[in-house]
Structure formats: structure tokens, C-alpha cells
Design a binder for this molecule. Structure first.
Ligand code: SF4
Length: 228
């Protein structure tokens, strides 16, 4: 018997907190749709060259998350670094875009597919961490790489994360450790037949929309209840 494919988004959420994934899967489809700003932020990616030339007042009207001056500096640094490393052109002219990929275990949309070597690129609407990529994004990237690898019959050793609202692009190697975290998240989704244990990281709960339902008292909830 073949087991159902796990979606990239379930996998990403389970890597953040399996219990959150449990609550999210219970939502009706219309409540799981991404917010409208997601598309406009992703839309920045196809216009990096124009954004680099845009005057600051024009840039300020774009859905960027930092000041226009900082954005241009950061995007310029990103471009120069990737030009030097020989990756800028392939990231700007991918082999394919918005490809639905289904691997052995997972499926979902890969925002850009690079060729020679085969590599997935994911667009994140959020802020990058100080270094590297967030763990749920790493798990998502491994899933995308595995799906492409399965479809093309080619090994994939690297994936990319772009943060268009911050002018940042990062790569990650598919290390043994990253693959192990991916497998752990996959197992967590497949074993979801009731609410799993709460995350031990309260900082995750602070930004979780299911905190009240989950029974976790976040700072916001505590202040609403007048508790310290
Ligand atoms: S509030 Fe915390 S433990 Fe509960 S689902 Fe959210 S992240 Fe997980």
C-alpha cells in the first residue's frame, strides 16, 4: 500500500511544531489559503534588476520589509556575491518556475527550478535568520530537493532560499543532519492522529495563532487576562 503524499506546507509546519500542524490541518481549506500579501512579496523576485535602479521613494512603495536604502544595499551585496560565485544568472533565469513536484513522500510547488545542477529555489515572504535558514525552511527545502530528485532521477545536493522582502538569497547543502530533520518532520505528520505534545519552545508559541486553542498562555494572552 502506498502512503499519501505529505504536502510541503504540512511538513514545514510540523518542523516548527507538530501540534501546530495538527491544528492547521483541521482548518477548512479557505482558512488555509495564504494571505494576499504573499503574492505581492513573491512578485518582487522577478523585478530585482528594476528595484536596484528604482529611486528610494518608489522603492518605499514596494512591499519591502526594510528601508529603501538598506534594501538596495542588501540586494546589491547579494547580487555581487552571487555574480562572483557564478550563480546570479542561473537564479535570475531559472530553468522553470512554479513547478508542482511530487516525490516519493512529499509534494508541493517549487518556486524556481535551476538546471545543471538541478536545484530548487523557494521564496520566503518572511525575514531570514541571522545566519543560514530557519529549520522549517530547511525541512521544506530538503522536501523540494527530494521531490525534484525523484522526478528527474538525478541527485540534488543544494537548495536555495530567497527572501525577496529583504533582498537576501541563501543556499543550503543537503547534509545528513538536514535530511534527518526532514525525516523526523515527515514522521511527525504521518503520526498525527491526535494533538501531539506542546512545543517546549515558548518563543515559538508567542507567534503561534493557535496558542489560545492549544492552551498556552503567551505574553499577549497573559496581558489580555491581566496576568503577569
Ligand atoms: S501554541 Fe506552541 S505548542 Fe501550541 S501549537 Fe502553537 S507552537 Fe505548538
Amino acid at each position: 500500500m502506498t502512503r499519501a503524499h505529505v504536502s510541503f506546507s504540512d511538513l514545514r509546519t510540523a518542523a516548527y511544531c507538530p501540534r501546530k500542524c495538527y491544528y492547521q490541518r483541521a482548518l477548512p481549506d479557505e482558512d488555509r489559503a495564504p494571505p494576499p500579501e504573499v503574492e505581492s512579496i513573491r512578485g518582487l523576485e522577478s523585478r530585482y534588476e528594476a528595484l536596484l535602479e528604482a529611486p528610494p521613494d518608489e522603492l518605499e512603495r514596494e512591499p519591502i520589509a526594510i528601508s529603501a536604502v538598506r534594501y538596495r544595499d542588501r540586494l546589491t551585496t547579494t547580487r555581487d556575491r552571487l555574480v562572483d560565485a557564478g550563480h546570479w544568472d542561473r537564479l535570475r533565469n531559472p530553468h522553470d518556475r512554479d513547478v508542482f513536484a511530487a516525490g516519493r513522500h512529499c509534494r508541493g510547488v517549487v518556486h524556481k527550478v535551476l538546471a545543471e545542477p538541478l536545484e530548487p529555489v523557494l521564496l520566503s515572504t518572511g525575514e531570514p535568520p541571522e545566519n543560514g535558514v530557519w529549520e522549517p525552511q530547511s525541512v521544506h527545502a530538503v522536501a523540494a530537493a527530494k521531490a525534484l530528485s525523484w522526478e528527474h532521477g538525478e541527485s540534488v545536493d543544494r537548495a536555495w532560499l530567497e527572501y525577496p522582502a529583504y533582498g537576501e538569497i541563501r543556499s543550503l547543502e543537503l547534509t545528513t543532519r538536514r535530511k534527518a530533520r526532514y525525516r523526523r518532520a515527515l514522521r511527525a505528520v504521518r503520526e498525527l492522529d491526535g494533538p501531539p505534545a506542546r512545543s517546549s519552545s515558548r518563543s515559538k508559541c508567542e507567534s503561534c495563532e493557535f496558542a489560545a486553542e492549544c492552551g498556552v498562555k503567551t505574553r499577549t494572552l497573559r496581558s489580555m487576562l491581566g496576568l503577569r
